[in-house]
Design a binder for this molecule. Structure first.
Ligand SMILES: O=C1O[C@H](COP(=O)(O)O)[C@@H](O)[C@H](O)[C@H]1O
Length: 232
């Protein structure tokens, strides 16, 4: 599948356009199937997009929100993606949405991943919307360069669900949806901002080694076309 680049003059214009597109996708899903699902990324980039989306006038009580990935930390930890989404997305009109976290207070991260897989299985598939981010190391979701579970996570013939990931650049241990869970979303987007990330994207496009830059899997072999939203 090919990737399409949508460029915007600034981050505010990008947030407005992406929120508008996502709201339309969710509204269409509700109209056609009675419910909608969205998996979003954490990090610093999505805050403005979340704020705009939270005010969208759609039937949020029919929307289920989850995360593409999470750190193995509870929701009151400042690095939790759940906390980010609770603070910037699950408010205003979007406060009516259901949220399914990936972190669970289990004896091990492997058991937490199993619980997350079970809890999220009811969302149905494919996701209506998946919004990926990208780190400057070329990771997306928690598909980190040289991650201990990367081959399994990126295997498109592998099962849907949540996996564990450890990598030098990841900080905490991670929970991540598998690539097979994310790559066939009805709307699959990559949201990145800044010239630095554009340079990383261009480097990723110029090579093929997914172990070095896992974002290449999303660029080159996602089941759905990847829509890249970028602003300087
Ligand atoms: O670790 C993470 O980082 C990426 C990118 O974050 P950003 O701060 O550079 O926007 C994010 O997509 C991912 O969900 C998150 O866990």
């Amino acid at each position: 599948m090919t990737a399409k680049l949508h460029e915007f003059s600034d981050a505010a214009a990008l947030a407005d356009a992406l929120a508008d597109k996502v709201a339309t996708q969710l509204a269409t899903a509700i109209e056609e199937r009675g419910a909608a699902s969205i998996a979003v990324s954490g990090g610093s980039t999505p805050k403005r997009f979340f704020e705009v989306l939270s005010a969208s006038d759609i039937d949020w009580c029919k929307v289920t929100v989850t995360l593409v990935d999470e750190r193995f930390v509870p929701a009151d930890n400042s690095r939790s993606n759940h906390l980010l989404v609770a603070t910037h997305l699950l408010k205003d009109k979007a406060a009516a949405a259901a949220f399914i976290p990936l972190y669970y207070d289990a004896p091990s991260i492997a058991e937490a991943a199993d619980v997350a897989t079970r809890k999220t299985a009811g969302i149905g598939h494919p996701f209506d919307v998946v919004i990926l981010g990208m780190g400057t190391d070329g990771h997306t979701a928690s598909f980190f360069p040289h991650g201990n579970n990367l081959a399994r996570a990126l295997d498109l013939s592998g099962p849907r669900g949540v996996l564990t990931m450890e990598a030098e650049g990841a900080g905490e241990e991670r929970l991540t949806f598998s690539f097979s869970s994310l790559s066939d979303a009805r709307f699959l987007a990559l949201h990145i901002e800044g010239q630095g990330k554009k340079d990383v994207l261009d480097k990723a496009k110029a090579g093929t080694d997914e172990t070095e830059m896992p974002i290449r899997a999303a660029l080159n072999r996602a089941r759905s076309p990847l829509e890249i939203y970028w602003a300087p």
